[in-house]
Design a protein around this ligand. Structure first.
Ligand SMILES: Cc1cc2nc3c(=O)[nH]c(=O)nc-3n(C[C@H](O)[C@H](O)[C@H](O)COP(=O)(O)OP(=O)(O)OC[C@H]3O[C@@H](n4cnc5c(N)ncnc54)[C@H](O)[C@@H]3O)c2cc1C
Length: 417
């Protein structure tokens, strides 16, 4: 038996930011005793594209409305054909229509916040548009801990020499006459196993499932892959020589006015889409005092990922100047790194979401079901966040699906010493 898993230790540390809940959370249970968890501050400021800050109390009021609507959307049933976008926008507009504004600027900001609300939700959902994920959900420093290398390496699991990295699986032949599974890799090597657990992202499966499996996956599994959603969010990491933000800084949101959004910005527009509108939030990086991370969300991510760094830097500077120049002594980033989750052929997106159709078909469950060969034996199993029916899109969901398939395997092969 072999277990092929591109274990992405470094990526885990880049990615994990939020341990979303304590209850039934595999990550929380793994790290809770090691002083690795910290609570985060939420003292956020918001700037409007007229270059002025949104007044603090009004900003809080709008955020409370957003939080109340979005938080209330979790774990409930809203009718199976409702997207999170229509659920949230209807409720937001109802709430805004009942507000009293001190002036027309406030009124405009409140309505323009709807677009920001979409970006906020899209970053949580990992979707390009908030009209894609379903409104329904059951969703109510860790690799070393899993490998038992932390807090001491003395009791490490003896598996390092069994992990093979830098192997791209190009074909899994899962229904052979001799009952074996053959895993073929793009470097020409191949491995034979009784059972295989495969854990790629649903983005990879969407793109390659027809070529990856021999024979092809059953129709129900193919439909599940097609129906589960995956989009992308993007972080642009900015390094500054001199820090222009205060040490108390905990982040900034950007809200574009409807008037600005009607203007054209040809330098920052590709394929008819103006990507600077999708810059959503600027966050400090706790252990990197001269670094900020700029989050982008929306359907321009595939475009931004392909821009060269100089173009991205120019656009980022444009946004910073437009929103913040009258409030801070801005400096220019000296270096940037941008994530490329969508372009990367091993991810093709960030994290999955449930669509209206995938919920109706229970696609996460279907994707997690094992395949049997012609002799009726389980040969190919699936794990990974998208196979979790409620904690999809999360690290703890991904870990739990690994445990689920390991238990399935143990039942098949029986206990070993
Ligand atoms: C920017 C960002 C922020 C996030 N924030 C959080 C957060 O705060 N909290 C949280 O809980 N979750 C968060 N997540 C989500 C979390 O990282 C994922 O849900 C989780 O990592 C999914 O794990 P996985 O093992 O299912 O899939 P993946 O992490 O996608 O791992 C699949 C592995 O398969 C490999 N692979 C793909 N194709 C092949 C192939 N053909 N051959 C061999 N190997 C292959 C890939 O290289 C990869 O290593 C975030 C994700 C991103 C991108």
């Amino acid at each position: 038996m072999i277990l092929l898993y591109y274990f992405k230790l470094i990526l885990l540390f880049v990615v994990i930011e939020i341990c979303l809940s304590k209850e039934d959370n595999a990550v929380y249970n793994l790290v809770k005793d090691y002083n690795l968890l910290q609570s985060t501050e939420t003292d956020f400021r918001t700037f409007y594209s007229d270059g002025k800050e949104v007044e603090e109390n009004f900003n809080e009021q709008l955020f409370r409305i957003i939080e109340d609507i979005y938080t209330a959307s979790a774990g409930r049933s809203h009718g199976e054909d409702v997207s999170i976008g229509s659920y949230c926008s209807n409720r937001y507009l109802d709430a805004i229509n009942n507000l009293t504004f001190t002036d027309t600027r406030q009124r405009k900001i409140a309505y323009d916040f709807l677009e920001f609300f979409q970006s906020y939700v899209s970053s949580e959902e990992g979707a390009f548009s908030w009209f894609e994920p379903s409104a329904n959900t059951d969703f109510q420093q860790c690799a070393d801990v899993m490998m038992q290398k932390f807090p001491s390496t003395a009791s490490s699991l003896p598996i390092d020499d069994k992990i093979i990295l830098n192997k791209e699986v190009s074909k899994i032949v899962w229904d052979n006459v001799d009952g074996n599974v053959i895993v073929k890799c793009s470097d020409g090597s191949s491995y034979h196993a009784d059972q295989v657990i495969f854990t790629p992202s649903v983005g990879v499966l969407k793109e390659a499932h027809r070529e990856l499996f021999e024979p092809q996956l059953p129709t129900q599994k193919q439909t599940a892959i097609e129906k589960i959603g995956i989009g992308a969010v993007m972080k642009i990491i900015l390094l500054f020589k001199d820090r222009w933000w205060p040490t108390s800084f905990s982040g900034i949101s950007f809200v574009w006015s409807g008037d600005d959004k009607n203007k054209t910005f040809p330098r920052y527009t590709k394929h008819g889409k103006t990507w600077i509108f999708d810059g959503t939030a600027l966050l400090p990086m706790k252990y990197n005092p001269n670094v900020l991370s700029f989050w982008f969300t929306g359907d321009t991510i595939p475009i931004i990922e392909k821009l060269d760094n100089a173009e991205v830097l120019e656009g980022v500077n444009f946004i910073l100047q437009k929103f913040l120049k009258s409030s801070y002594n801005l400096t220019t980033p000296i270096s940037i790194i941008k994530t490329q989750w969508y372009t990367n052929p091993h991810f093709r997106g960030t994290y999955s979401y449930q669509t209206v159709a995938s919920r109706q078909l229970n696609s996460n469950h279907v994707l997690g079901q094992p395949l049997h060969n012609r002799n009726g034996n389980v040969t190919l199993m699936f794990a990974g966040e998208a196979t979790h029916t409620s904690y999809y899109a999360t690290v703890h969901g991904a870990i739990q699906t690994g445990y689920r398939e390991a238990e399935r395997l143990l039942k098949i092969i029986g206990p070993r010493n």
